[in-house]
Design a binder for this molecule. Structure first.
Ligand SMILES: Cc1cc2nc3c(=O)[nH]c(=O)nc-3n(C[C@H](O)[C@H](O)[C@H](O)COP(=O)(O)OP(=O)(O)OC[C@H]3O[C@@H](n4cnc5c(N)ncnc54)[C@H](O)[C@@H]3O)c2cc1C
Length: 536
């Protein structure tokens, strides 16, 4: 028997779980399968970046992450002599979440899995994609179930979130071009007490190698070292004693390690595909790009791949958008992934600094750079992924406004409330499902300002209500609103701080601004809607 679904997600790692959540939020019928019997048991990806937390806010699960995770406010770098040579402060990150949250990947997967379950979707475990073929209309996938039986699934879309050794990528014939670095790393989760502050990561660069400490909270740390001494490389796994030897030799901090948890050796690959899609099949996350774990980008980039694609796929599925919208997934995400590869390769070369000349550069240049505020801001914005924007996307249109965020940028956060409910909620809680049109009314021109946008609100109500919800945003001391118009109250004035009055902002379900223009030029928005969406 062949079962039919809108989308089949292959892989229930952090990216597959996010993909399923993004599709579920759009009301699609989804199945998610994973060949493993359980979620990851190791800590693997521990760093969650500010932009990912903003996306998790849209997904509705950020609170649990914040509750369980540990906040890192910066990174301290130590040079050859063991003294501090530089410092990055995350307070510069332009986000409601100006820190890196550390949380073991096993916990990230648990939260994301629970979230799916509470929305009615179970992960089908010990269930493996064996093969698939696609036509213009559907993908026929063959899977084996936990009891050994085979099943055929006809899915309108197949999402390959099946990790670095992706079968989906292989079946699509996509090259995974790049290189394997000739560098050996070891990693270990340990417990210790020391004078090193737990709200910072600490990176020691010594001539014989690098040693990094990433606090996980309550005395737990992820240790990463490169270039392990020759006698360690023969061991299958580093022991606690061997870790102690490395820590004593490479850091200036005195500490006694205990409770060695997950520990392993690893090599670094830097590879990516040249396409993220063939027909009705996509690859995302590690299936599409892998790189050095320096800067904690991999899982973060993958989760954002998923939220970029979810709403586009749903609009395509419901025939509500033109082809250009779905095509923009690849156009928007491939350049980001290229940059992540370049940035992580550069950082890895810089921090490991194998050559004496590079070490000299690292130890002399970093102290100077880290004292420069522009460097701090640029570096932390890049690492936190809050620098990500799609201003060059073919489906983004930016028209003149005196100031405020541009189309293509992530919509700044603000607390809002509904007039009838006094409880405040983040603006992001409105995103995730539909596009949202935001218009901040100017009280000086009330009610003329409102009357000016009524035609576009009306057009949306009549023709685009399955795609867009328009909101009128009013200051706290607002006049009575018009019936039939959804109102948000700018309870703390944050919306007015970030956004321009009398400007129309169309925000996508992934939180990025798709379009902006002055309300007086609303015909531009009409043409935009006409160009990319299908009216009822
Ligand atoms: C040491 C280390 C530290 C890292 N630190 C960070 C960090 O701090 N921050 C960060 O952002 N990233 C980090 N990363 C990278 C991060 O772990 C990966 O980017 C992330 O796990 C990718 O998630 P994924 O869902 O794409 O793939 P995976 O987590 O690999 O999940 C793929 C899933 O697909 C399943 N699967 C495979 N084939 C099939 C099949 N045929 N049928 C069904 N299921 C299948 C697998 O069982 C698996 O569960 C780190 C990586 C390493 C190794």
């Amino acid at each position: 028997m062949t079962t039919k679904v809108d989308a089949l997600v292959v892989g229930a790692g952090p990216v597959g779980l996010s993909m399923a959540a993004a599709l579920l939020a759009q009301g699609l019928r989804v199945r998610i399968i994973d060949s493993a019997a359980d979620r990851a048991q190791e800590s693997r990806a521990i760093g969650i970046q500010a932009r990912t937390l903003e996306v998790l806010e849209i997904a509705g699960s950020v609170e649990e992450f914040l509750e369980l995770g540990h906040r890192l406010n910066g990174v301290t770098l130590y040079g050859e002599a063991g003294s501090e040579i530089g410092h990055l402060d995350f307070e510069h990150i332009p986000s409601r979440y100006p820190f890196i949250l550390t949380l073991p990947q096993s916990e990230t997967e648990r939260i994301l899995g629970d979230h799916l379950r509470s929305n009615g979707l179970e992960i089908e475990r010990q269930t493996t994609l064996v093969s698939f073929e696609q036509s213009d209309f559907a993908v026929l996938a063959r899977i084996t179930l936990s009891d050994g039986r085979q099943e055929e699934i006809s899915a309108d879309w197949l999402l390959g979130c099946d990790g670095a050794r992706s079968k989906v990528r292989e079946a699509l014939g996509l090259q995974f071009a790049g290189k394997t670095f000739d560098l050996h790393f070891l990693l270990g989760d340990v417990h210790f007490e020391s004078a090193l502050s737990e709200d910072h990561a600490h990176v020691f660069g010594r001539p014989d190698g690098l040693l990094a400490f990433f606090p996980l909270g309550k005395g737990r740390y992820r240790l990463v070292a490169d270039n392990p001494p020759e006698h360690l490389r023969t061991e299958r796994k580093p022991t606690l004693g061997q870790w102690q030897e490395i820590v004593d030799g490479r850091s200036s901090a005195k500490m006694k390690l205990s409770h060695l948890g997950w520990t392993t050796y690893f090599r670094v690959n830097s590879r990516m595909v040249e396409r993220l899609r063939r027909g009705r099949v996509f690859v995302l996350g590690d299936a599409a790009h892998i790189h050095s774990p320096a800067l904690a980008q991999g899982m973060n980039t993958g989760i954002q791949d998923a939220w970029n694609l979810g709403w586009k796929l749903a609009l395509a599925q419901q025939c509500l958008a033109q082809q250009a919208v779905l095509d923009s997934f690849e156009q928007e995400r491939l350049p980001i992934e290229h940059n992540v590869l370049k940035m992580t390769e550069f950082t890895q070369n810089m921090i490991t600094a194998e050559k004496p000349a590079n070490r000299l550069l690292r130890d002399n240049l970093l102290p100077i750079l880290s004292g420069i505020s522009v460097f701090q801001k640029t570096a932390t914005k890049t690492v936190s992924e809050t620098a990500i924007e799609y201003r060059n996307s073919p489906v983004v249109e930016d028209h003149y406004a005196p100031n405020g965020p541009h189309a293509g940028e992530f919509a700044p956060g603000a607390l809002v409330s509904r007039p009838e409910k006094k409880a405040k909620a983040p603006l992001a809680s409105l995103f995730g499902r539909q596009h949202v049109l935001l218009y901040l009314a100017e009280l000086q021109t009330w009610p003329d300002g409102l009357h000016a946008v009524k035609p576009i609100f009306q057009l949306i109500q009549n023709h685009y209500r399955r795609i867009i919800t328009p909101y009128l945003v009013l200051p706290q001391d607002n006049p009575a609103a018009e019936p039939g118009v959804d109102v948000l109250v700018d309870v703390e004035g944050q919306f007015a701080q970030h956004y321009n009055a009398s400007v129309l902002y169309l925000v996508r379900p992934d939180g990025y601004i798709a379009f902006r223009c002055l309300a007086a030029k609303q015909n531009l928005l009409r043409s935009y809607l006409d160009k990319y969406f299908v009216p009822l």
